[in-house]
Design a binder for this molecule. Structure first.
Ligand SMILES: CC(C)(COP(=O)(O)OP(=O)(O)OC[C@H]1O[C@@H](n2cnc3c(N)ncnc32)[C@H](O)[C@@H]1OP(=O)(O)O)[C@@H](O)C(=O)NCCC(=O)NCCS
Length: 336
C-alpha cells in the first residue's frame, strides 16, 4: 500500500485490487463506458484473456470513497524470437470529483512499481487525450505515433462509385474465409509471420479466438486469407459509420505477402460490402516501411504511442524500430 498526498494535503491511498474489489471496479467501468455490458466485459477482458487475468489498481480518498482505477490487461508479446509477458494499459478512470489532482499519475506510478513483481515487461498503448499527461507523469515514454490510413473504395454516386471501385480493384489472388473455432490456419500463419516481426502481440489461434471470436460485441469478425488454399494471412474487420467504412482491426501476413493480404481485403470490401473506404491503424514507422501507398492507402492523422517499462526494465521495448501495432492491441472490442 502506498499512501500519497496531493497538493491540498488530502490523503489518497493507491493499492492493488483483489477479487474482493470486483463490485467497485465494475461500478467504475459502468461509469467510464456508459452502456457497456459490464459483466461481459469483465468475463472477456478481466478473466479469460489468454495473456492472464487483469491487474487493477484502485485509488481511494481518506473517507474510503473509491476515486478511480487503472488496469493492465496482460498480453503475450513476441520479442526478438521469444515470448514475453507485457500488458495493455486500459480502463483508466478517475471520478470527476477527484480529477486533476494527480490521481491518474499516481495510479500509473503504482502500476509501474509493480511491474517486476508481475513479470510485466512493458505497458503500451495509444491512449486517449485526457490520459496522455497522467501516463507521462507515471513514467510512460512517447515512442512515436499510430497513424490512420485510408484507402478510398468508391467515390461519387453509387453507380459511378461502383464502376470506379471495380476499375481500381486489384485483380485475382487471395480470398478471405471466416476463422473457425481455434483455427489451426491462424497458427500456420503466425508460425511464419513471426519470423518477420521483432516486437508484436502474439497472433496465434488462441489470440484470434479470444480477441475476435469470443469478443462480447461480436463486431470484429476474423478471417484467414487464403491463396490457392494456402493460408498467407489473417485479419479482422469492423464495419463502421453505418457501413460506409470498413476498418481493418488487424492484419498479419506471412513474409513477403503483406500487400497480397491487403489486396485480398480490398477485393473483399469491394465485392462483399458497400463500404466507401477502407481504414487501418498502424505504428507509423512500421507502416511507412511497409509502403502502404503501394496498396493505395493514404496517411490521415496520427496519435501518440506510449510505452512504459520499469526503471530497470528491458529497453528493447522502447525501440520504435521494433514495434508492429494494430487495432488488435486494444482493450475495446468495437470502435463504435
Ligand atoms: C484520464 C483520467 C484518468 C486522468 O485522471 P486525473 O486524476 O484527472 O489525472 P491527473 O490529475 O494525474 O492528470 C491531470 C492532467 O491530465 C490532463 N488532462 C486532464 N483532463 C484533460 C482534458 N479534458 N483534456 C486534456 N488534458 C486533460 C492535463 O494535462 C492534466 O494536468 P493539469 O491538471 O495540470 O492540466 C481522467 O481524466 C478520466 O477518468 N477521464 C475520463 C476517462 C478517460 O479518458 N480515460 C482514459 C482512457 S485512455
Amino acid at each position: 500500500m502506498v499512501a500519497t498526498k496531493h497538493e491540498r494535503n488530502e490523503a489518497f491511498v493507491v493499492r492493488e485490487a483483489t477479487i474482493e474489489d470486483r463490485a467497485e471496479i465494475e461500478a467504475l467501468i459502468a461509469e467510464m463506458i456508459p452502456g457497456c455490458d459490464v459483466a461481459a466485459r469483465w468475463r472477456w477482458l478481466y478473466e479469460t484473456n489468454p495473456g492472464g487475468p487483469a491487474l487493477t489498481w484502485l485509488a481511494s480518498a481518506a473517507t474510503g470513497e473509491v476515486a478511480g482505477c487503472t488496469s493492465y490487461f496482460p498480453f503475450r508479446l513476441w520479442l526478438d524470437g521469444e515470448e514475453v509477458r507485457a500488458a495493455l494499459g486500459g480502463d483508466g478512470y478517475v471520478r470527476p470529483a477527484f480529477r486533476r489532482r494527480g490521481l491518474g499519475g499516481l495510479l500509473h506510478d503504482a502500476s509501474r512499481r509493480a511491474m517486476p513483481a508481475h513479470q510485466i515487461g512493458c505497458m503500451y498503448g495509444a491512449p486517449g487525450a485526457m490520459n496522455l499527461t497522467p501516463l507521462k507523469h507515471g513514467g510512460s515514454r512517447e515512442l512515436g505515433t499510430v497513424a490512420r490510413y485510408v484507402r478510398p473504395l468508391r467515390v461519387g454516386p453509387s453507380v459511378v462509385g461502383n464502376l470506379v471501385a471495380r476499375a481500381t480493384r486489384p485483380r485475382g489472388g487471395a480470398t478471405l474465409e471466416p476463422v473457425m473455432e481455434l483455427d489451426p490456419r491462424v497458427d500456420t500463419v503466425w508460425m511464419e509471420a513471426k519470423r518477420d516481426l521483432r516486437l508484436a502481440a502474439i497472433r496465434d489461434a488462441k489470440f484470434y479466438q479470444w480477441r475476435f471470436r469470443d469478443a462480447p460485441a461480436q463486431r470484429e469478425p476474423g478471417y484467414v486469407i487464403l491463396d490457392d488454399h494456402r493460408p498467407i494471412g489473417a485479419c479482422a474487420l469492423e464495419s463502421l459509420r453505418g457501413g460506409d467504412e470498413l476498418h481493418i482491426v488487424d492484419v498479419v501476413a506471412v513474409p513477403g505477402r503483406w500487400h497480397a493480404c491487403l489486396d485480398a481485403i480490398i477485393r473483399h470490401a469491394g465485392d462483399r460490402t458497400r463500404a466507401r473506404s477502407l481504414t487501418i491503424k498502424l505504428f507509423t514507422n512500421d507502416a511507412r516501411r511497409r509502403r502502404m501507398w503501394q496498396s493505395g492507402f493514404i496517411e490521415r492523422g496520427t496519435k501518440p504511442f506510449l510505452c512504459m517499462i520499469h526503471k530497470d526494465g528491458d529497453r528493447r521495448f522502447l525501440d520504435p524500430q521494433r514495434w508492429f501495432y494494430t487495432g488488435a492491441d486494444a482493450d475495446l472490442d468495437t470502435l463504435e
